[in-house]
Design a protein around this ligand. Sequence first.
Ligand SMILES: NC(=O)c1ccc[n+]([C@@H]2O[C@H](COP(=O)([O-])OP(=O)(O)OC[C@H]3O[C@@H](n4cnc5c(N)ncnc54)[C@H](O)[C@@H]3O)[C@@H](O)[C@H]2O)c1
Ligand SMILES: CC(C)[C@H](C(=O)O)[C@@H](O)C(=O)O
Ligand SMILES: [Mg+2]
Length: 360
Amino acid sequence: MKKNITVLPGDGIGLEVVQSAVEVLETIGTIYGHDFAFDYADIGGSAIDKHNDPLPASTIKACKAGDAVLLGAVGGPKWDQLSGDMRPEKGLLRIRKELDLFANLRPVIGFDSLSDSSTLRKEVITGIDLMIVRELTGGLYFGEPRERREENGETIAVDTLIYSRSEIERIIRKGFELAQVRSRRVTSVDKANVLETSRLWREIAEEISTEYPDVALEHMLVDNAAMQLIRDPQYFDVIVTENLFGDILSDEASMLTGSLGMLPSASMSAEGPGLYEPVHGSAPDIAGQDKANPLAAISSASMMLKYAFGLSEEALAVDKAIDQVLNEGFRTGDIAREGEAVKTTSEITQKVIETLRSKL
Ligand SMILES: NC(=O)c1ccc[n+]([C@@H]2O[C@H](COP(=O)([O-])OP(=O)(O)OC[C@H]3O[C@@H](n4cnc5c(N)ncnc54)[C@H](O)[C@@H]3O)[C@@H](O)[C@H]2O)c1
Ligand SMILES: CC(C)[C@H](C(=O)O)[C@@H](O)C(=O)O
Ligand SMILES: [Mg+2]
């Protein structure tokens, strides 16, 4: 199979973990006889430095021309003073909108071998397997007006939470479709006791549920969901929720797995290339030191193999290699237990590659 992958390393540890994911994809290509070509483009702070734009037109063109996009992370203190459209994060938001990536899948899987690294009890971690389906191109992130103004001698800042019926329908459907191939339960998370957008969300979820009689739907308020995720994470299967709630709940859920450095994601549109990226950011505190956990990025590459190219066997091989590397005690600092040897990004990546090759 021949595929063109657009690679957007971005900033900070984005550069390091994307390199790991590319090496793993190259290895898969060699083992299974696929021709993966990589086309690099700029996004975020590094794009601001080079092009004075966090998402240059050339990057948009490259992404649209490829079969899938692999992204590292954007942002960092160097660009913290910039505002509005010049922020690195704006590049990420714009590419999501440009590619209409409305469905963001964030799987959360508890690895037995990491149960001691988590802040939760061992018996809680084992068996965690949930999927957060986050709406990604609407809500507070994109609503207009978004502004600052002076009113009666006061500075006012405004963001707008807005959702249309069609935006809600398509993400809710995605949640149900995923639940059909999982354990047939959807938890729709909202704040319907306060927000009008959530009341519409809830109504639409009820309507759509009639199209999926084999899937059970329940509603949960977001504050309760945040608590239940810690109290009883195994309760959940598919969580479908709006943009901001999904952002916050997925970082929270990452700690169920031991680290933010473990969580991958896939962002998809109705048609056209999807974008695969770790959930974490550019981690300025450890950037450039070969300390970052590459497993979230490598898992994101696995999601690309599965969802973008339909290569389920190859994706499973990557997932199994990750599991084995963890079982053998290879860990970056974020998931190492006290007294345990800490491996570098490059060492973990090489170990994953060796493990894949050893299965030949
Ligand atoms: N998708 C993205 O590109 C994305 C996501 C989140 C944050 N950001 C941006 O990244 C910058 C830093 O944000 P932040 O510090 O709030 O969040 P962050 O995710 O970059 O880091 C939070 C903490 O988690 C640790 N961490 C994150 N990924 C790790 C990994 N792979 N291995 C080991 N440790 C890891 C970091 O060292 C840090 O202590 C900001 O500019 C923010 O806007 C970008
Ligand atoms: C960097 C930021 C814009 C982004 C978001 O909020 O969506 C990040 O936190 C994420 O989760 O991908
Ligand atoms: Mg986030």
